[in-house]
Design a binder for this molecule. Sequence first.
Ligand code: UD1
Ligand code: PEP
Length: 442
Amino acid sequence: MSKIIVRGGKPLSGRVRIHGAKNAVLPIIAASLLGMEGESVIHDAPPLDDVKVINKVLESLGVEVEYKHESIRVNATRITTCEASYELVRKMRASFLVMGPLLARMGQARISLPGGCAIGTRPIDQHLKGFEAMGAEIELGQGYIEARIQGRLKGAKIYLDVASVGATENIMMAATLAEGTTLLENAAKEPEIVDLANYLNAMGARIRGAGTGTIRIDGVERLKGAEHTVIPDRIEAGTYMMAAAITNSDLYIEGAIGDHLRPVISKMQEMGVQIDEDENGLRVFASRPLRAVDVKTLPYPGFPTDMQSQMMALLLTADGTSIVTETVFENRFMHVEQMTNMNAQIKVEGRSAVVSGGGRLQGAKVCATDLRAGAALILAALVAEGDTEITGVHHIDRGYVEIAEKLSLLGADIRRLSADTEPELEREPETLPLFAVQPTLA
Ligand SMILES: CC(=O)N[C@H]1[C@@H](OP(=O)(O)OP(=O)(O)OC[C@H]2O[C@@H](n3ccc(=O)[nH]c3=O)[C@H](O)[C@@H]2O)O[C@H](CO)[C@@H](O)[C@@H]1O
Ligand SMILES: C=C(OP(=O)(O)O)C(=O)O
């Protein structure tokens, strides 16, 4: 079992380079399945476990994938099966994003139920509602979702009950090859949706309005491989911004795009953190005291749920009491118990957490219960008294490229103890036990 050990109290300084966005590259790799001729080349693909998993999903479908120097070459001219197995899909929820492209191109797809990640039940009803509206027949059996269409999908007007990122992506990909026009309303507006639409348009798709609540997709008959560079990871960038602020340091976050981080920047500025933006990144510097602020997570352009736990770590070091409200996922406070082990004063009341700042955090043995919880524990550990030992590192590896190495280069006392016995990608599934979550089919 790998561990990250942090000795708190070291200031940080210097520059940190932000990698390509996990949540952009995963749907883009899934979308590369739509390339009926030529190759796709995807640049700035971060070397993360999740990227390796989705590459394996593509390979399991008979597609050629080559991953070198942060670029992925995909040749999807031949697809030999339309089934993505439980063994792969259980490892990562985003594997379900191959459903839309497979259905659109091959007329069928059989994908294992992704279940729900520990942060919530995470149903897929909105994805399925979209496919059904485009004429697909959906069946659930033996833990798999099977979707079929005779001929091509048909363009449709689809209103999402929740502005789901994954459903927007899956439906948008499926609609590219549909007959006629699809209007996707109450669509998610995240920058990763815009990045996916840009890649699809480079493949020959006709998508307009990505990044707004209404996306119009005029179906085309064929798509071909395309070259694309993935946007920088706003959540990785935000995490290093918090690292600068929590340690009272001055860091330059290279590659961070201010426009993608507006709610994070504003909340940090409200606390008293100084942030300078230029065209290449952000400079973040802070000194104490920092003010307590209230934070509510919302779909983009609201405050990102993927930054909630890291923000909570920072608020633990502010003066006063903050209220953090999580509205996107119903079970995303698991880091609270771990932080409490570090002497944090936090009380959860329903969907809100009351965070009392200003106490002294203490090193402890804690466990990363999910990806961002792990990042938040590292942040808390950077300022805790003594040593913190963090297990559950496989969660952190899903979304952060060499976080211990990057922080160490900035001056943190942090090291990773890797277990020789931990084979690559042999990790616990992200999901709850199969069938714990039954999807709503209609
Ligand atoms: C790989 C990826 O990009 N992951 C991100 C994506 O996840 P993901 O795409 O899974 O998240 P969604 O936007 O779909 O989920 C948002 C909310 O909608 C609900 N929902 C979703 C689909 C559905 O069919 N029915 C339904 O009710 C979910 O339970 C959740 O409460 O967006 C989340 C919200 O910003 C981020 O935290 C994840 O990091
Ligand atoms: C929740 C996250 O990812 P996923 O949707 O892949 O579980 C995340 O990136 O914080």
